[in-house]
Design a protein around this ligand. Structure first.
Ligand code: SF4
Length: 212
């Protein structure tokens, strides 16, 4: 039986990218293929600017789930607080595509959820997900080069944004890198987007508003 390792499951507001402002249940899957989550070796990792704790299963509603139990838990978390909006779930991590399969996506859809994915794009998949957001990392391999939304954390020196904007995505977002240079990165992101269509800035408003 397939078992999913999940760090946390929570209802919040999508704070970044195209779906900003939408109510969503987030499933944060444990583990990532580009960093092991150990801060001591972060500088050597293929992704070295992570701002997420995806290690273990000890977060809110975290644990090990079968497919049916995970679908039920997501539905329960959505139903616990009233929302006028239609059901929306975001598969995130860590790297969700280390674990997500078509059975889980279909199970969530059968419960009436629109299913969105946030992936680093390094793992291919061949089943249908309603909304695919790819956020590639310039030091790692990148396979999934089409989807709904390309979200590039900025700056990443190995990326040529003029080339990336020709890829098969509907929307192109630049999101300032968090960390010690955050303020500079915000200014540079805004300035770049002002003069380079179709890039549009994405800000992590859930952090600014201190929403979990
Ligand atoms: S790919 Fe995403 S989850 Fe993995 S280390 Fe990078 S930012 Fe964190």
């Amino acid at each position: 039986m397939k078992i999913f390792n999940v760090k946390e499951i929570f209802k919040s507001i999508q704070g970044e990218g195209f779906n900003s402002g939408k109510h969503a249940v987030f499933i944060r899957f444990s583990g990532c293929n580009l960093w092991n989550g150990n801060k001591e070796n972060m500088k050597l990792a293929k992704c070295n600017f992570c701002d997420t704790d995806f290690v273990g299963t000890n977060g809110l509603n975290g644990g090990q789930f079968s497919t049916s139990n995970l679908v039920k838990k997501v539905d329960d978390v959505w139903n616990k607080s009233f929302s006028m909006q239609s059901k929306f779930v975001v598969l995130t991590g860590g790297e969700p595509m280390l674990q997500v399969d078509s059975n889980l996506v279909e199970g969530l859809k059968e419960k009436g959820f629109l299913v969105a994915l946030e992936t680093n794009g390094s793992i291919n998949f061949d089943f249908n997900i309603d909304w695919v957001c790819v956020s590639p990392k310039h030091l790692s391999s990148w396979i999934v080069k089409k989807g709904d939304e390309l979200k590039v954390i900025y700056p990443q020196l190995n990326f040529d944004l003029n080339k990336l904007k020709k890829l098969d995505f509907k929307f192109f977002f630049l999101q300032p890198m968090d960390g010690s240079k955050k303020q500079i990165n915000i200014w540079n992101t805004i300035n770049y987007c002002k003069s380079h269509k179709p890039w549009f800035p994405s800000f992590q408003i859930h952090k600014t508003l201190d929403i979990n």
